[in-house]
Design a protein around this ligand. Structure first.
Ligand code: NOJ
Length: 457
């Protein structure tokens, strides 16, 4: 019998992102991001929801940090809003925007919570969209690096854990896809698949130049990570044949071969390139070196996975479809595949040949149809069921000696779930948006107990 005990050094945390929680969209010099424009356009988000007010965290951060302290987390991942810091995307720095993050970080540190700052979580400045079409242009990579310099120069005395970019595939492939009209995220429908891959290539370049900029600007030693959401292939059985199939399939599952592979190995996956043919992005001399920067850690956002087994076809594997009744939580893509955490981590060693790269789960969690009871409780036993299984998978990876050092739950509180607006609640704290009152859910108390006992309870 295992007690699922974690080492004392394991870091427990929670995650959020600027546009999803801050609100204060026009305050203190902030100018619009593409998400402000997109969500203000009729028909783009569910119920026309926008992040204009969101959780009003901009004004309520002190109370929110108190809740983090009550939860017992010692690590908090948030994102910095580019258009709060450099409202026009490039050029003048807005000190009032920086000051908000100074206040937030100081408050976290006063509560013994280490800040982990993501520099880009999807909210590109609208000004750069107007100037050159955001991620369609290579120019954005240098603008992003300059923005990194601006932030790290000013916050590097109090933040030493940086994450460059969150989930490249989501804000590029979902914003520029050829076959979605309108796209699911801000962007422009492009003509061909190669143009979509070009946007993610530009984001990789931004990550690479961003890493260099952060290192150059940091006043002391710091840790730099990329945050990716790999499409994790999970072997149907753990037979050698199915494991080998899952390893091969990792290359062509989702966008892995064109995002995680170049970032970690310095090359696009040959299997993906073969599949893309003419649709492969244009890669200039030196790009892959820029992209393949040394990083200190990798953040993995893992919510679900894809089952794979060995097959007698040309590729040697097949992806398995989910049946209609396969359990999932409150998003169309949120099939419950706890083993995806373990396999996501294990693939780094065995499939990407990066055995020693420190890794943490930078996001994991689920949406559930939460309701407040008359006693002001949220009894989200479905979320606890989900999390308990995923925590066991985290434990397995740690127990087997993989360098998995921490876990950030998504999310600290309910927030603006992009095109789904406020309809989908991922928090372990319930937010009543009409009053902005916060109500810790049952899962909050459950997670607090896990942290207190350092084991899966
Ligand atoms: C990943 C994204 O980083 C985050 O912004 C989003 O809310 C969650 N997934 C849930 O969909």
């Amino acid at each position: 019998m295992t007690s699922y005990q974690f080492p004392d050094t394991f870091r427990w945390g929670a995650a959020t992102a600027a546009y999803q929680i801050e609100g204060a969209a026009t305050e203190d010099g902030r100018k619009p991001s593409v998400w402000d424009t997109f969500s203000a356009t009729p028909g783009r988000t569910l119920n026309g929801d926008t992040g204009t007010i969101a959780c009003d965290h901009y004004h309520r951060y002190e109370a929110d940090v108190k809740l983090m302290a009550e939860l017992g987390i010692r690590h908090y991942r948030f994102s910095v809003s580019w258009c709060r810091v450099i409202p026009d995307g490039r050029g003048a720095v807005n000190d009032a925007g920086i000051d908000f993050y100074k206040r937030l970080v100081d408050c976290l540190r006063d509560h013994g919570i280490t800040p982990h700052a993501t520099l880009f979580h999807w909210d590109s400045p609208q000004a750069l969209e107007d100037r050159y079409g955001s991620w369609r242009s290579r120019e954005i990579a240098q603008d992003f690096a300059d923005y990194c310099t601006a932030v790290v120069t000013r916050l590097g005395d109090r933040v030493t854990s940086w994450m460059t970019i969150n989930e490249i595939a989501c804000f590029t492939h979902m914003g520029y896809a050829v076959d979605h009209d309108p796209p699911h995220a801000p962007g422009t429908r492009v003509r061909r698949s190669r143009d979509v891959w070009q946007t993610s290539h530009h984001a990789l370049l931004a990550h690479g130049l961003g890493c260099q900029a952060i290192r150059a600007a940091s006043p002391g030693p710091c840790s730099i990570a990329l945050v990716d959401n790999p499409a994790v292939t999970v072997p149907l059985t753990e037979s050698p044949a199915d494991i080998a199939a899952a390893q091969r399939a990792l290359h062509t599952c989702g966008a892995n071969g064109g995002i995680l592979f170049p970032a970690l190995t310095g090359a696009y996956s040959p299997a993906l390139l073969e599949q893309l043919g003419e649709d492969a992005p244009i890669v200039q001399d030196g790009d892959l070196e820029t992209i393949h920067q040394p990083i200190d850690a990798l953040g993995l956002n893992i919510y679900t996975g894809t089952y794979v087994r060995a097959a007698e076809n040309e590729r040697g594997y097949e992806f398995l479809e989910f049946s209609d009744t396969y359990p999932r939580l409150n998003m169309p893509w949120l099939w419950i595949v706890p083993d995806a955490i373990y396999w996501g981590v294990r693939h780094l060693r065995e499939t990407l040949n990066r055995p020693d790269l420190p890794v943490f789960i930078s996001e994991n969690g689920c949406a559930a149809p939460d309701r407040l009871t008359p006693q002001n409780e949220v009894l989200d036993t479905d979320r606890i069921l989900y999390l308990r299984q995923y925590f066991k998978s985290v434990h397995r990876a740690v127990d087997e000696g993989y360098p998995l050092h921490g876990y950030f739950i998504w999310s600290l509180m309910d927030n603006f779930e992009w095109a789904w607006g406020y309809d989908r609640r991922f928090g372990i704290i319930y937010v009543d948006y009409s009053t902005q009152r916060r109500f810790p859910k049952a899962s909050f108390h459950w997670y607090a107990e896990c942290i207190r006992q350092r084991r899966v309870v």
